[in-house]
Design a protein around this ligand. Structure first.
Ligand SMILES: [Fe+2]
Length: 245
């Protein structure tokens, strides 16, 4: 399949133009750090939902035990587990990293190099809501695939470091986003958020947690270099920590 069958024309054009202005022209920022833009074609959303439903039917028929997407979602599936890893690599490399490079340069947006891709399902017979949390990602892409539903708004409460993740929010950090099929939300993994109850119907969302192992490595090196400076010669020898990494 060609990208034009996945993505809406405005998104394709902004990516192909590959300039900061072209990306900014299609992206809204209704609250600081919360980016939204039209992304997926309705037909592609239908195809992906059908693929997920085929997979789930097979899991039910065979009683096969699968990994759920994360510790909080009891429904949904990891897309990397049924053949979509290459597609998700391309999605991150060619489409999400260029946007993150512009909007999230300080957290490794330009060096996103690994991902965890999954779908989540909400409704009466699936997960209903999702509590306040942060993601295990540098940058999270969240795209609604359908189907028909009410409720399920994403609520945001500002970005904090790990130490202050449970502190209160300022009024300007409080923001609710209502999902629209095909439309993407992009935010920092540590931007605190949750999902309100999906009160009727069936909501399916595609999530891509994008990470930068390169950035993690650089931070670890810098940390070890700082530790090295405060160690005595004996301690350096005993721990094996070097001055340069
Ligand atoms: Fe999340």
């Amino acid at each position: 399949m060609h990208p034009v069958t996945f993505f809406v024309p405005s998104f394709m054009k902004a990516i192909n133009d590959n300039t900061e202005d072209s990306l900014r022209s299609i992206i809204s920022q209704p609250s600081p750090g919360v980016l939204t833009f039209e992304m997926l074609q309705p037909r592609f959303c239908e195809l992906l939902v059908a693929e997920v439903e085929n997979f789930e039917a097979w899991v039910n028929d065979t009683k096969f035990r699968i990994m759920r997407p994360n510790t909080m979602n009891k429904y949904g599936a990891v897309l990397d587990d049924f053949g979509l890893e290459t597609m998700l690599d391309k999605l991150m490399d060619g489409f999400i990293r260029p946007i993150s490079k512009v909007f999230f340069p300080d957290v490794g947006g330009a060096t996103l190099d690994s991902h965890h891709g999954f779908v989540v399902e909400y409704g009466k017979d699936w997960d209903v809501d999702l509590g306040f949390h942060v993601d295990d990602s540098e940058v999270t892409l969240n795209v609604c695939l359908g189907k028909q539903f009410s409720g399920g708004e994403l609520f945001f409460r500002g970005t904090r470091c790990d130490k202050h993740v449970n502190t209160g929010s300022q009024p300007e950090e409080i923001f609710d986003y209502s999902h629209i099929p095909g439309r993407a939300v992009l935010h920092l993994g540590r931007h605190r958020h949750g999902a309100r109850a999906t009160t009727s119907g069936h909501r399916i969302n595609l999530l891509l947690w994008c990470r930068s192992l390169q950035r993690d490595e650089e931070i670890s090196k810098r940390f070890l270099e700082l530790v090295w400076r405060v160690l005595t010669r004996e301690e350096r020898k005993a721990t094996g920590i070097h001055c340069c990494y």
